[in-house]
Design a protein around this ligand. Sequence first.
Ligand SMILES: [Zn+2]
Length: 432
Amino acid sequence: MIKAIRGRLLWYVADPATEGAAARRYLEDGLLVVENGIVAAVGEAADLLPGLPAGTPVADHRPHIVAPGFIDAHIHYPQTQVVASFGATLLDWLERYTFVEEQLFADPAHAEAGARFFLDELLRNGTTTACVYGTVHPGSAEALFAESERRGTRMAAGKVMMDRGAPPGLVDTAESGYRDTKALIERWHGRGRQIYAISPRFALTSTEAQLEAAGQLAREHPDCLVQTHISENLREIEAVAALYPADRDYASVYDRFGLLGPRSLMGHCLHLTEEEFALFHARDAVAVFCPTSNTFLGSGLFDWGRMRDPRHPVRVAVATDIGGGTSYSMLATMGEAYKVLHLQGQTLTPDSAFHAMTLGNAVALGLDRLVGSFAPGHECDAVVLDAGATPATARRLERVRTIEEELFLLTTMGDDRAVRATYVMGELVHSA
Ligand SMILES: [Zn+2]
């Protein structure tokens, strides 16, 4: 089945931080030719249209931008009713709000309804791939994967492993966490577009025996992702030091159990020491920047400049972190990222922002041969963006002269309202 998508095509082939504007591909009147969900060809519409078989359907999105579907590297699907909980920092926020809500996911029907809402909302925001935390209940991951498979989306997800520091209804054991995770990996990892992420919540809610079990899973399934939290909040860091007195620092705890590697997505990384930066670099682990969560919970400012220190560069991914984060929109998230960096005397160019939420995150998740780009052979997940979707942005758009200015308007003022349509494997799955 051949179809085509026409519009102002935008994608990246390299990192603009090192390659500048040469990293960007932009076609004012471009055409994506899609065959069985895969990009078969991309180029100028004038060049490709004459070669299409007669009757090929063409979805014409001019004058809007068509970009690869956004990728969210860290999000909690059981927290859609925790977002916007007032007045707490990480540890009391978990206790007062999050752990209460997550207990409801013991009920499979609640998990299934939550997964449906969650994927609807991601697609409404143009996010077509995410790395997702479930709850401790295996059924939470099962529900998310089943719903993702039904929609044909590429999702990474995992049941959270946590065997202490939480209410009785929200803990597994080292043994059951291992067994349930193993069963989910065997059932879902690599099935269609689904990917398993081994998910010990963080060092405060896992015993050493459980971190050992998680490390064993990572060794037994080296192509699975690993996701966890680290160095988000100063009280959390003190508590980790008290629980793990023999370890030099927080990163060393995870490293001791084999959980810090090139497939590890480490949420937050706000207060890393020099030694931890060096360890992240040595292990090629990924630091995940969640700007709306970090400001909302008062956790701290992510120092992307330091991640680029040539002595120990650290890979970076970007994410919403719903429900510590406050927006499902990767556009709004990158707008907040710009402000967080600006506060530290750093900048985030529009190209770097768009690269980060497409190809950059695909690289971080090890999926860059599959998603995050319109290069032929990639799965055709796409988002159609209208930079003038609201009265305020339409007015500002009148003064926009360059594609860079338009991209910056999209991340500074844009959100779900800027998303005109979303495609998964070439199929329209959301239309405003
Ligand atoms: Zn998180």
